[in-house]
Design a protein around this ligand. Structure first.
Ligand SMILES: Nc1ncnc2c1ncn2[C@@H]1O[C@H](COP(=O)(O)OP(=O)(O)OP(=O)(O)O)[C@@H](O)[C@H]1O
Ligand SMILES: O=C(O)[C@H](O)COP(=O)(O)O
Length: 398
């Protein structure tokens, strides 16, 4: 990639402080990382910089804290990163200031440290110049290996590249190359599946996506808002009723663009959101008032698989149900396995992205059978829409 500086362009960095932006926003349960894919993907960059003798200082965010929040500390992620690397990763409980400066000063060439959640400071998400400079004070070079956070114009994703010599890490390089190969000019029909729970974040994306794909399958918690917008009673399901008008607008845009919208026709419902809860399959117009939709039903799975059979390109972000909890993983697993089988048989280019989506494909045992699995969620979708990603653009121009 001629227009980026990469690790190949680094000179002698022995003893230099490399601030490395990674995406360690990984799924966690009971304080433990439940899927280490994002950590595994950045391990190569970390090892390479460490082997070159840099002091490797990892910068990352975790969750969406409103300020310092012990529940969103990166400390447990430092342990998981250490396990993946098979090397010690020191956790430094802040990301700016004298204490951090001292801790980094004490590091030996090749040592690796992870700083505390950058989002504990308000300046981070505002891309505040002063906060960028405080972060930059602890680095000699900046390496961005967080493609999955590159849609955010934050200090640690964009700002730092304006004040320090900036390089794309190996994962950033690999993601851009693979997505360009797979989606630059996709073979049609293109089917997109968008599910998951981050409804408000994804509605804007859907608005643009319907203009680019031939069919849009809406699943997971996302679908409930659309079903409600269509007038269905979704009981106690996850649903953003105040976004019903936007959902209706998306359906109108889709009709205008000739994009088929595929919504669930049946659903698995339960009264409790817990493993092994009593559940039943109902048509989407018969959801009991005291129950919630937690997965797509078998008829829906059949319909989605038929769309996959017609597709040349499949783009997938967001699970079709609460796949972490049995038995609400069935639809996601069935569709993932179907797409994987078609990919393996030839004829389907399948690209999936999203932290939870990757976890779901791993759960289905088919992540390796997709053409490409990106660890990015929002960044993946924005890239798909053709939007410029600030974290990528700033690397290009320097
Ligand atoms: N019907 C549903 N009700 C409640 N939660 C659901 C439902 N369907 C899916 N989910 C939840 O959606 C979550 C995943 O959604 P999300 O939008 O975060 O996916 P993603 O885009 O792959 O992940 P990320 O945003 O981390 O990259 C899972 O935790 C899953 O349990
Ligand atoms: O999980 C992600 O998609 C990235 O880490 C970005 O997280 P955000 O949506 O909270 O900015």
């Amino acid at each position: 990639m001629a227009h980026f500086r990469t690790l190949d362009d680094l000179g002698d960095i022995r003893g230099k402080r490399a601030l490395v932006r990674v995406d360690l926003n990984v799924p966690m349960s009971d304080g433990k990382v439940t899927d280490a894919t994002r950590i595994e993907r950045v391990a190569g960059t970390i090892r390479e910089l460490s082997d070159k003798g840099a002091k490797v200082v990892l910068l990352a965010h975790f969750g969406r804290p409103k300020g310092p929040d012990p529940d969103l500390s990166l400390e447990p992620v430092a342990r998981a990163t250490s396990d993946v690397l098979g090397r010690n990763v020191t956790f430094i409980p802040d990301c700016i200031g004298k204490m951090v400066e001292g801790a980094i000063f004490a590091m030996m060439p090749g040592d690796i440290a992870l700083l505390e959640n950058t989002r504990f400071y308000k300046g981070e998400e505002k891309n505040d110049r002063e906060f960028t400079e405080k972060l930059a004070a602890n680095g000699d070079i900046f390496v961005n290996d967080a493609f999955s956070a590159a849609h955010r114009a934050h200090c640690s994703t964009e700002g730092l590249a304006t004040v320090l010599p900036a390089y794309a890490g190996r994962t950033m390089e690999a993601e851009l190359e693979a997505l360009e190969r797979g989606l630059g000019n996709p073979a049609r029909p293109v089917v997109a599946i968008v599910g998951g729970a981050k409804i408000s974040t994804k509605l804007d994306l859907l608005m643009n996506l319907v203009k680019k794909v031939d069919a849009l399958v809406i699943g997971g918690g996302m679908a409930n808002t659309f079903l409600a917008a269509r007038g269905e009673d979704v009981g106690k399901s996850l649903c953003e009723h105040d976004l019903a008008q936007t959902a209706r607008q998306i359906m109108i845009e889709a009709a205008t663009a000739g994009c088929a919208i595929v919504l669930p026709s049946d659903a698995v419902v339960a009264k409790e959101f817990k493993a092994g809860a009593d559940s039943m399959v109902v048509p989407v117009d018969k959801v009991p008032a005291d129950a919630m939709i937690l997965d797509a039903g078998p008829k829906t799975v059949e319909t989605v698989n038929e769309w996959i059979d017609r597709a040349e390109t499949l783009v997938w972000n967001g699970p079709l149900g609460a796949f972490e909890i049995t038995p609400f993983d069935k639809a996601t697993v069935a569709v993932a396995r179907h797409a994987a089988a078609r990919t393996k048989a030839g004829g389907l280019l399948s690209v999936a992205g999203g932290g939870d989506t990757v976890a779901a494909l791993n759960h289905a045992g088919v992540a390796d059978d997709f053409t490409y699995v990106s660890t990015a969620g929002g960044a993946f979708l924005e890239w798909m829409e053709g939007k410029e990603l600030p974290g990528v653009e700033v690397l290009k121009t320097r």
